[in-house]
Design a protein. Structure first.
Length: 509
C-alpha cells in the first residue's frame, strides 16, 4: 500500500520509537476496512515495537494508537491517514511512544492543566493542507492529557456522517459532539477557543518591551528579528503565527528559493525568530493601544503589555462579499480556500466570485474536481492575467458571467444558489448551484485600531519612509499598510524598515 520511498522514510522514523506501541484496529468487510488493515499491518511489519490488536472502536474502519501497557492515548484515525495526513500518523506513532513534541513548555503546561473531559473530532480531506496542523495539535493534546481524546475522520470514508452533519469545509472540528470551528488552527488557537489560552497574570507581569510587534506574519517576523539583532527587548504578539502564508501552497517568487510551500517557509521563519531572544506570545489578539508613559496594548484575554515602541504588522484577511447568505452559509457551502475544500464539492456545481488572479486560479483548480464552475465577475471583463484566462477558457466545465453583482447566496440547510444583478440589463437572475468560493481580495486587519493611527479609506495604515505612522513611536509594516504591493518579500522588507525606524526612534527618545 505504501510507496517505496514513503516506506523508506517511515522505516527511518520508526527507528526513533521509544516504547512499544499497540495499534487497536476496528475493521469490517468493506474496501476501506481492508485498506486500513493493510496499512496497519504494513506498519507493524516494519517494527518489532508495534503490535496490532483487534478492537471495537466507535467508528469502523478506524484504529487507535496506544503505548503498550498504558491507558489508551485517545488518538484515533478513522479512515486512512495517507496524503497530507501521513505526517500526522507518523507523529502520532512517535509521540505516543514517548518522543518529546516540539512545543514550548508553557503550552504543554496549559494542556496539562485542562481538567474537563474533551473529546474532539476533526473531519479532514486528504488533499487539505490546512488539516494536518489541526489533527497534529489535537493528537498532541490528547497524548499529553488523559482527559482529552481526538479522532481524525477522513471525510470520503465517512460520507454519510459528513453529509448528515452538512460538513462543507475542512478541517471541521467538533468538541463533545458540537461544532467548534473550521479552518486552520494552531495549538494556541485551540487552547484559546476552549478558554485555556495564555495566563493573563503571567503576561501582565512581563517587563516593558523596547519593541512590541503585533502580528506574526512575514512582516512581523522580519521586524522582530531586526529588532532583536540590535540587542533590544523584543516581543511578538500573534493571533496566528505565520499569517496568510500558511494558506499558500506553492511560492515561486521568494527570491533565493525556486519553490517552497507556505507552511514550510513559515516554519523556517519561526525557527529563525526562535534563534533570537524574542518573546513570542501566540494565540493572542491585540484589542486596543493606548499611549500613556509607554504604549499599553490590551489583549483579548484581558492582559496588558507595555512597550516603548509598537510595530503593527497585522496583515490582511479574505474580503467578504457582504451579501445575505454569506455568513449564514459559511462552511455550509460558502468557502474561501479552494485547495482545502474542493474535494467536498466533488461532482457538484460551484461558483467562484471574483475574476482576478486568485479567482481564476481557484476556478481552474476546482474544475479538476467539481462537475461545473461558474465564475462571477463584477466588471465587464475578467481581471486575471492572460495566461490564466487562456487556461480557464480551455476547460470544458467552466463558464464565466461578467457584469454580475452578487446580491444573495441562497440556501436551506446548505447553499443552493446565487442571485445576482446583471449590471448591463439590471435584471435579477438566479443560478442554482451547491457551493460558492469567495475570491475577491483581502482587507487589512486594522479595524481594531479605531482612530489610534491614520488609515486610508481602505483601512490601510499610512506610513512614512521609515515605516512610522502619524503617531511617533508606532510603526507599521506589510499588508496592513498602504504599500502599493502585497507580497511576502515586500512585507519582510517593510518589517525591516519599520524595525530600523523604531530603533532610530528609541535612540532619539
Ligand atoms: C492565497 C494566497 C496566496 C499568496 N501567494 C503569495 C505568493 O506566492 N508570493 C508572495 O510573495 N505573496 C503571496 N501572497 C501574499 C502574502 O501572503 C502576503 O503579502 C504576506 O503574508 C503579508 O505578510 P504580513 O506579515 O504583512 O501579514 P499576514 O501574513 O497577513 O500576517 C498577519 C499576522 O498578524 C496577526 N494578527 C492579525 N490581527 C491581529 C491582532 N489584532 N492581534 C495579534 N495578531 C494579529 C495574524 O494572526 C498574522 O500572524 C499570497 C496571499 C494569499 C492569501
Amino acid at each position: 500500500m505504501l510507496e517505496k520511498e514513503i516506506k523508506q522514510q517511515l522505516a527511518q522514523y520508526l527507528e526513533l520509537l521509544e516504547n512499544d506501541i499497540v495499534i487497536k484496529v476496528s475493521v469490517g468487510d468493506d474496501k476501506v476496512s481492508k485498506e486500513t488493515l493493510d496499512l496497519v499491518n504494513e506498519i507493524a511489519d516494519m517494527s518489532k515495537m508495534i503490535t496490532i490488536e483487534e478492537a471495537k472502536l466507535e467508528r469502523t474502519p478506524s484504529f487507535s494508537i496506544n503505548r503498550k501497557g498504558e491507558e489508551d492515548s485517545g488518538v484515533v484515525f478513522a479512515g486512512i491517514p495517507l496524503g497530507h495526513e501521513f505526517t500526522s500518523l507518523v507523529l502520532a506513532l512517535l509521540q505516543v511512544s514517548g518522543r518529546a513534541p516540539k512545543v514550548e513548555d508553557s503550552v504543554i503546561e496549559q494542556i496539562k492543566n485542562i481538567k474537563e473531559k474533551l473529546h474532539f473530532e476533526t473531519y479532514v480531506s486528504l488533499s487539505c493542507h490546512n488539516c494536518p496542523d489541526v489533527v497534529q495539535a489535537l493528537n498532541l493534546m490528547s497524548i499529553i492529557n488523559p482527559n482529552i481524546s481526538h479522532t481524525m475522520v477522513e471525510g470520503s470514508a465517512f460520507k454519510d456522517e459528513v453529509e448528515s452533519k452538512n460538513i462543507m469545509a475542512v478541517p471541521s472540528v467538533y468538541l463533545n459532539g458540537d461544532f467548534m470551528e473550521s479552518g486552520r488552527m494552531t495549538i494556541e488557537d485551540i487552547l484559546s477557543q476552549i478558554g485555556s489560552g495564555p495566563d493573563a497574570d503571567a503576561l501582565n507581569d512581563k517587563d516593558p518591551f523596547d519593541v512590541l510587534v503585533i502580528g506574526g506574519g512575514p512582516a512581523g517576523a522580519s521586524a522582530a528579528i531586526y529588532a532583536a539583532r540590535k540587542g533590544i527587548r523584543t516581543g511578538i504578539v500573534a493571533d496566528r503565527f505565520g499569517g496568510q502564508v500558511m494558506d499558500t501552497l506553492g511560492i515561486e517568487n521568494f527570491i533565493s528559493t525556486k519553490y517552497t510551500e507556505g507552511p514550510k517557509l513559515m516554519a523556517e521563519v519561526e525557527a529563525h525568530v526562535n534563534e533570537y531572544d524574542i518573546d513570542v506570545m501566540k494565540g493572542l489578539q491585540a484589542k486596543q493601544i493606548e499611549k500613556k508613559d509607554l504604549f499599553e496594548v490590551e489583549l483579548d484575554n484581558g492582559a496588558l503589555l507595555k512597550s516603548k515602541t509598537i510595530i503593527l504588522s497585522t496583515g490582511a484577511r479574505w474580503r467578504n462579499v457582504g451579501v445575505p447568505g454569506e455568513a449564514e452559509f459559511k462552511n455550509k457551502g460558502v468557502a474561501y480556500c479552494p485547495h482545502c475544500d474542493a474535494p467536498l464539492f466533488e461532482g457538484k456545481h460551484v461558483a467562484v466570485i471574483g475574476g482576478g488572479n486568485s479567482g481564476i486560479e481557484a476556478a481552474i483548480d476546482l474544475a479538476g474536481v467539481v462537475k461545473h464552475v461558474t465564475v462571477f465577475e463584477f466588471m465587464p471583463e475578467l481581471k486575471a492575467d492572460a495566461v490564466l484566462q487562456e487556461r480557464l477558457h480551455s476547460l470544458p466545465n467552466v463558464d464565466v458571467i461578467v457584469n454580475a453583482q452578487t446580491s444573495e447566496i441562497t440556501g436551506d440547510e446548505t447553499v443552493n444558489g446565487i442571485t445576482y444583478i446583471d449590471r448591463e440589463t439590471n435584471d435579477e437572475k438566479h443560478v442554482e448551484l451547491e457551493g460558492v468560493f469567495v475570491q475577491i481580495g483581502l482587507v487589512p486587519n486594522t479595524d481594531w485600531l479605531g482612530d489610534t493611527v491614520e488609515r486610508n479609506k481602505m483601512g490601510e495604515i499610512l506610513v512614512d519612509k521609515n515605516g512610522q505612522t502619524n503617531v511617533p513611536g508606532i510603526f507599521a509594516a506589510g499588508d496592513c499598510t498602504d504599500s502599493a504591493y502585497k507580497q511576502i518579500i515586500i512585507s519582510m522588507g517593510s518589517g525591516a524598515t519599520a524595525s530600523l525606524g523604531a530603533f532610530d526612534y528609541l535612540i532619539r527618545h
